[in-house]
Design a binder for this molecule. Structure first.
Ligand code: SF4
Length: 371
């Protein structure tokens, strides 16, 4: 199992909460696509021993590319890399970019999964975020995807808006269930450094909702989606059986991947590589870091504890004996405090619902720093 991530850092406009790397200089798209195809050729040997099982075109907004640009990327991808026949191939789209024309093209391509940035079912909240789509466009977009045979659809949701009350979130969750997609990712609104949203909070224009309201929203989400038949397979991710994101699950399982495009990073199992941001439609590999045994331990804890599968006690005892012995007393304390539990069937350490509320704290407790 290994994957390819392709970053398309173009957005028509910037949303106020976003700190992802992207630009609104859409006139650079053509040059960017050419650079991307060149990067594919120059890095075709990066992970060349196996077929690629997952492809993910993310952004930014990949659906802001023209069809010839998208088609050029996909053509080059398949002519450069060995991609498995049954590969999961996801593309991120904005609901307002979904059209007959786009879907007609995607249907002729190997794309088989669509990830849609829905965020909220309130037009007022969408405007607040500076998203470009409306609520009405969401159900139309999902319906159109289905008409073209795309049933493997994921939507992103955000909760915890300023002044949001639990009933408003309940309504969002029920509207998300009504469109009946097999995968839902839900995140609390984050106040990232340097964003307009954070500036508004710091200026006193808006305020964050209390932690206990946010916890209640998350608990409601977990219970309601579970009752509706979704599996809660990662802190922020829920799916119907067999519809988990294979690509994202690979990240959490430390599977190697090649990241193409400005700002993308790659992992070959032992080291990470970072691409620089774009300068005039071009970029380069900026940094390479070989992971130390301690970094591998920390990454294992950080990624796997977020998943329903959890951290394997056998792996901790065999591969990370030295590090695990240093945090064993903290693991025991979190177990007795009800934040962690051991799944006796799988012999894995997992977060409880109470532990998920303070997951950052529990995870950072179990991570270690260089001596
Ligand atoms: S569309 Fe996505 S990537 Fe672009 S600014 Fe908005 S949240 Fe960020």
């Amino acid at each position: 199992m290994q994957g390819i991530y392709i970053h398309i850092p173009f957005c028509k406009s910037r949303c106020i909460y976003c700190d992802f790397y992207s630009t609104t200089k859409l006139d650079l798209r053509e040059k960017y696509v050419n650079s991307l195809c060149n990067e594919m050729v120059s890095r075709h040997n990066y992970l060349c021993n196996e077929d690629y099982n997952t492809i993910y075109i993310g952004g930014g907004t990949p659906s802001q590319l023209s069809l010839p640009q998208l088609s050029k990327i996909i053509f080059h991808l398949y002519s450069t890399f060995r991609i498995a026949k049954n590969a999961e191939f996801t593309i991120e789209v904005n609901p307002d970019d979904i059209s007959d024309e786009l879907l007609k093209y995607l249907k002729t391509s190997p794309v088989n999964r669509i990830s849609m940035g829905v965020q909220t079912f309130s037009d007022q909240r969408l405007q607040f975020l500076h998203r470009r789509h409306s609520v009405a466009q969401v159900s139309k977009a999902v319906e159109l995807c289905r008409q073209y045979g795309f049933h493997n659809i994921s939507i992103d949701l955000i909760f915890g808006f300023p002044n949001q009350i639990l009933d408003e979130w309940k309504s969002d969750v029920s509207q998300a269930l009504a469109i009946d997609v097999p995968h839902i990712s839900a995140y609390s609104l984050m106040y990232e450094e340097g964003t307009r949203l954070t500036q508004m909070r710091d200026n006193g224009q808006i305020s964050e909702i209390p932690d206990d309201t946010s916890c209640k929203m998350y608990d409601y989400l977990c219970t309601t989606l579970k009752d509706a038949g979704y599996i809660h397979y990662e802190i922020s991710n829920f799916c119907k059986p067999n519809f988990h994101s294979r690509h994202n699950s690979s990240y959490w399982n430390n599977v190697p991947y090649l990241g193409l495009g400005a700002g993308a990073h790659s992992f070959d199992g032992n080291s990470r590589q970072w691409n620089s941001v774009m300068h005039n439609g071009e970029w380069e590999v900026e940094d390479i870091e070989r992971l130390s045994p301690l970094q591998k331990y920390n990454e294992y804890i950080m990624t796997r504890l977020r998943t329903m599968q959890g951290v394997e006690l056998d792996t901790l005892n065999s591969d990370f004996t030295y590090y695990f012995s240093q945090v064993k007393h903290l693991v025991d304390r979190h177990i007795s405090n009800g934040n962690l539990k051991v799944n006796t069937d799988t012999r894995c350490l997992v977060l409880t619902l109470q532990g998920i509320h303070i997951s950052n704290l529990v995870i950072s407790d179990l991570m270690l720093t260089e001596e």
